[in-house]
Design a protein around this ligand. Sequence first.
Ligand SMILES: Nc1ncnc2c1ncn2[C@@H]1O[C@H](COP(=O)(O)OP(=O)(O)O)[C@@H](O)[C@H]1O
Ligand SMILES: [Mg+2]
Length: 246
Amino acid sequence: MLELQNISYRVSTPEGETDILKDVSLTVPDGKLVVFTGPNGGGKTTLAKIIMGLATPTAGRVIWNGEDVTDLDITERARRGISYGFQQPPRFKGITVHDLLLLAAGEEKLSKDRCCQYLTRVGLCANDYLDREVDASLSGGEVKRIEIATILARNAQLMIFDEPEAGIDLWSFARLTETFEQIHAKHASTMIIISHQERIIRLADEIAVVAGGQIAHRGTTDEVFPMILADTLGGCPVIERKEVTL
Ligand SMILES: Nc1ncnc2c1ncn2[C@@H]1O[C@H](COP(=O)(O)OP(=O)(O)O)[C@@H](O)[C@H]1O
Ligand SMILES: [Mg+2]
């Protein structure tokens, strides 16, 4: 179980100190799928980075499986089963897609079949990609999908995906949604997905709307979704609808 206790994150800017997150508390039970949504700049990515250990909160604690991991770095958290997919993933010159999958799976060998399974789930063909370097020759959407495939290969206990829909075509998006649905159905992993997509939001056990550095709403999809839609009508659009028919 993941527990965020009174998390605050304050940064210094030329204009002075700003609170990016203000006293955020949240519990994510094992095997659940929680979606963070909300307007751009609300603090979702910052919250994900704090869970992964890429940012240190100015106040508050991160508790994972009963252990206080607030002072542990990303490697130590990864060892404890937490894994995060960047909103804008880094590239790795000289490292192939196959290398990355191998590293993620933590195995010495990974059959082409297994690699193919991970890549297919994100809408990529293994034959075209396995030997490609994860460098500037790949598009943003391709790098993003490869990173999602590595998270799937890692089979982590807690998977955090930051806007997995970004740069993904409708067909791959449908595949990916199905994959999330399958993982969730097995309750094998706990998932936090940052998303603006209705289809992903509808998979959630719980939605947390992060706005202004706080959890503005929290509840089941049935409770929160109508509120989000109502807010959308008021101005700032939070939800995108990707119509997918297979
Ligand atoms: N290190 C930082 N220094 C200054 N501002 C930051 C820093 N990190 C995040 N922010 C600001 O905090 C706000 C929340 O960012 P972010 O967590 O990326 O939001 P979201 O993912 O919800 O769009 C944004 O306005 C962003 O510019
Ligand atoms: Mg973000």
